[in-house]
Design a protein around this ligand. Sequence first.
Ligand code: E4P
Length: 217
Amino acid sequence: MKFFVDTADTKDIAELAATGLLDGVTTNPSLIAKSGRDFMEVTKEICALVNGPVSAEVVALDHPTMMKEAEILRKIADNVCIKVPLTIDGLKTCKALTEDGTMVNVTLCFSANQALLAAKAGATFISPFVGRHDDNGFDGMQLISDIRLIYDNYDFETAILVASVRHAVHVLESAKIGADVMTAPPAVIKSLFNHVLTEKGIQGFLADWAKTGQSIG
Ligand code: E4P
């Protein structure tokens, strides 16, 4: 499963990219606003930090204006992936862009039927929002299982990008279901390294090592 980080904070992206575990980045208008940075400038900087896809979202709601915005965004770098909402105009834009060889991430997916439509429109990625689904009393991980089943039934190539990931269990369940990608905030990705027994083990080994009076090198 690929790991994308869901942020527009370049410091966090650079830190995670240095681990070699980062396969891409997702942003959205809220994350750009949170960064306080200029959209074009920060997106260009992010694209230079990672080799994989960097999702940059259009804000227009109609197809012609979405195409104009996508035209501007895709010139930023070769690894820009245009993010469009799961609407009729969004999917028209998705079809036009993917037919032209541009990566497209269809966002704000909350049902398996919507995911089916996005795959039929040739989406590179579908982004089902598991956290927001859970927040509203639905089962986010069940949505991922349903989409996996449907995509496998018809050999759709659209990658399932689990979004709105809130905690480590979402990551674990995504991997068990066979999602292609998950995108999570930096803190959630960093939390995956943690285990109380790892920390305890390190402390124990260091304490015993100190007793030897030795050093390496
Ligand atoms: C995905 O691409 C979205 O940017 C993101 O995962 C939304 O997450 P949220 O529900 O925590 O805002």
